[in-house]
Design a protein around this ligand. Structure first.
Ligand code: HDD
Length: 710
């Protein structure tokens, strides 16, 4: 596609969303000449203006305004990275509600008007690492959504984990300092596995539940597209009748919730640190648009105190058995970013950005957040951060906030205050769309304290632990053991293993044995034995198994069976997955009978065996062809490929002579060989992988199943 065609295509896409239209893309004409910032055409940009007689190089001259402009602009390219969530990726999309069922709770049209399509921008992130850290580290993931509604911007600044480390915003600097690299040596990067983090959380037991989530498989997602999202805090909704409700927001991914295994996450961190960022881009580019159902949990104002936990405590979930989820809409991400800095780096969220019909609760964490986000944007982007293209609303903005650094908007007129003699730009009552502040009676004693129910920290942590499958619990033990093994101060790992005994005796015992902690003799607290199935990520397996958007590698060498490869690729494409040929070199690989080097009749290998590792794919197939199978069997790297994939519980299939390669060269333990209905032999480490009918669709489910033996 020519550059001009590509630009035209962009222009068509622009019409798709009010926000995209509003971004006012630079209509970069590739024929345009290079200019300075002040618009003067540049004749030469490779040599600084200097004294030069052809033989001798003399001094460079400070008078070179073009050279100085270029270097000065470069020197100031960086802005402060986010103090948390510095590493991220973003995409554009849209939000729609299914119907007006939420009208009984809220007067916000974005949640009730099904004829609307609201543009959104989403930024996913890790928390601990800096901008250049790896994507697959064990961490919480940010899930921040900006809705550009007709009534103003609404931001849900959430995470992939429904609870938080602390209950009161005043503790935020402490938890962040504790988890971030230590002050004396700035170690570690992208890791919570160090003394300070475990010291802090050991002394702050309200974090116990959140720590369990972070140490579970949720801490190492397979993809941003396969994570749940949670608003975490308790917000409120107000309806037209003046009634108020407490609400929690949820995002549920269409593809289900899936995780990496820890060994994979560690390796990908080195092999492809941008794994999640690229995954998001690749899926959208291939038309596999990420999709989430939007759901709410609602509690009428009168029922605030009906629960054993405080519904304003962000370290607790609202169990779905007590307060069911109501699915009211969906979000689809359908457009990748154009330029990282002005979109993903400059996008700025703020929990205080709500619209009429949506409000805050007295959740003490949320109250502090409402102050913190605007404040941090001032230091990162300046006080006029909401004027930046990615942040500005699509509806009209008018007020008497003026001036400040980097003010872009220009107002005409003589008044910049209200009331004014002209009656310009007046406030409107909420019945005509003005923001509705729900009247609320407040009584209490001013004091630095927390409510009674805020003092209990272990019931829900136990509920979570009890609700996990056996292998999810095994992963939890491994994760705690890894992290605490990285703490070298005995006070730290001894005290945390003691804390774990408040959650579960077996968990505490296994971890303590592994890390040299305090091995308990009995439980510190009885396990209440209750379970809530929706806390396990298995609960979110897709209803129909799907290979949509999965990366499937076809491992070949010269002499492979072309018809099998072609059939495989067609069937993988039909399932909206992507196939990748992995061969002895990037370039043409030739099937049986073709003349090598002819450039004809082969398939193009996307990667060389060393170029990409098995960790970067979800499933593998080895097609037939005697020579190909033989060559694969003689290559240590290809044998390693399959063994490693097996160790990571991936689907492995083979056809014809490919089966012999697996059976004789790779020699996987405990494997069951199966024959599919098309009489091509297929083998799998665990389920049936029929190529003809593409039962490879079991990837999602089977990956979880095999993990049980992991
Ligand atoms: Fe926060 C960024 C999510 C508590 C203060 N937070 C930030 C981002 C996410 C969250 C997703 C990245 C936004 C982006 O992509 O730009 N934060 C949460 C959640 C919390 C939470 C789900 C608990 C419910 N945060 C929290 C507290 C405070 C902050 C209690 C302070 C009192 N958070 C910030 C911040 C950041 C931030 C320092 C850094 C960059 C930014 O805001 O824009 O202000």
């Amino acid at each position: 596609m020519s550059m001009i065609d590509a630009l035209k295509q962009r222009v068509t896409a622009v019409a798709e969303s009010e926000k995209i239209a509003d971004l006012q893309y630079e209509t970069t004409n590739p024929e345009q000449y290079l200019t300075t910032d002040h618009g003067v055409k540049v004749a030469e940009t490779d040599n600084w203006l200097k004294v030069q007689d052809g033989t001798h190089t003399g001094p460079s001259l400070l008078e070179d305004q073009i050279g100085r402009e270029k270097i000065t602009r470069f020197d100031h390219e960086r802005i402060p990275e986010r103090v948390v969530h510095a590493r991220g990726a973003g995409a554009f999309g849209y939000f729609k509600v299914f119907d007006d069922s939420a009208k009984k709770y809220t007067l916000a049209p974005v949640l009730t008007d099904s004829s609307r399509t609201t543009p959104t921008f989403v930024r996913f992130s890790t928390v601990q690492g800096s901008r250049g850290s790896a994507d697959t580290v064990r961490d919480v993931r940010g899930f921040a959504v900006k809705f550009y509604t007709q009534e103003g911007n609404w931001d849900i600044v959430g995470n992939d984990i429904p609870v938080f480390f602390i209950q009161d915003a005043i503790k935020f600097p402490d938890i962040v300092h504790a988890v971030k690299p230590e002050p004396h040596n700035e170690v570690p990067q992208g890791q919570s596995a160090h003394n300070n983090f475990w010291d802090f959380v050991g002394l702050q037991p309200e974090s116990a539940y959140k720590v369990l989530w972070a140490m579970s498989d949720r801490g190492i997602p397979r993809s941003y597209r396969m994570m749940q999202g949670f608003g975490v805090n308790t917000y409120t909704l107000s309806n037209a009748q003046g009634e108020r409700f407490f609400v929690k927001f949820h995002w549920i991914p269409e593809l289900g919730v899936h995780s990496l295994v820890w060994d994979e996450a560690l390796k990908i961190g080195g092999q492809d640190p941008d794994f999640h960022r690229k995954d998001l881009q690749e899926a959208i580019d291939n038309g596999a648009y990420p999709k989430w159902t939007f759901a709410i949990q609602v509690i009428p104002e009168a029922n605030e105190h009906d629960f054993e936990f405080d519904i304003l405590d962000a370290t607790k979930v609202w169990p779905e058995e007590l307060i069911p989820l109501q699915s009211i809409g969906e979000m689809i991400l359908n457009r990748t970013i154009d330029e990282y800095f002005p979109q993903v780096e400059q996008v700025a969220f703020c929990t205080a950005n709500v619209i009429s019909g949506i409000g805050f609760s007295d959740d003490p964490l949320l109250q502090g957040r409402n102050f913190s986000y605007f404040d941090t944007q001032i230091s990162r982007l300046g006080v006029n951060w909401q004027e930046l293209p990615i942040n500005r609303p699509v509806c009209p903005v008018m007020n008497y906030q003026r001036d400040g650094q980097m003010r872009h908007r220009i107002h005409q007129g003589t008044v910049n205050y209200w009331p004014n003699r002209k009656g310009h730009f007046k406030p409107v009552p909420h019945t005509d769309g003005g923001f509705f502040d729900h009247p609320q009676k407040i009584e209490g004693i001013k004091q630095r304290a927390r409510g009674k129910k805020f003092q209990e920290h272990y019931n829900q942590a136990q509920l979570f632990y009890n609700s996990l499958s056996e292998y999810e619990r095994a992963h939890l033990v491994s994760a705690f053991s890894f992290e605490l093994s990285h703490c070298d101060d005995p006070i730290v790992y001894e005290s945390y293993t003691k804390l774990l005994n408040n959650i579960d005796f077996d968990l505490a015992k296994q971890v303590a044995i592994n890390v040299g902690g305090v091995v308990p003799e009995g439980p510190a607290r009885e396990n209440h034995g209750k379970r809530s199935p929706s806390l396990s990520q298995l609960y979110y397996a897709p209803k129909e198994p799907t290979i949509k958007s999965r990366r499937i590698a076809i491992l070949v060498a010269d002499g492979f069976d072309l018809s099998q490869v072609e059939a495989l690729r067609a069937v993988i494409k039909a399932g909206s997955a992507t196939s990748w040929i992995i061969g002895p070199r990037r370039g043409w690989v030739y099937p049986e009978g073709a003349v090598a080097g002819s450039g004809k009749g082969g398939v193009w290998a996307d990667h060389h065996y060393e170029g990409q590792r098995s960790t970067l794919f979800d499933a593998f197939i080895v097609p037939g062809g005697a020579k190909s199978a033989q060559a694969l069997a003689e290559n240590g790297r290809t044998i390693h490929w399959i063994r490693e994939a097996f160790g990571h519980c991936k689907v492995i299939g083979a056809i014809g002579e490919g089966v012999a390669f697996l059976r004789e060269a790779v020699m996987l333990p405990g494997i069951e060989y199966q024959t599919n209905s098309n009489s091509s032999q297929v083998v799998s480490s665990f389920g049936v992988v029929t190529i003809g009918k593409l039962t490879l669709a079991n990837i999602a489910v089977d990956t979880l199943k095999i993990s049980q033996d992991d």
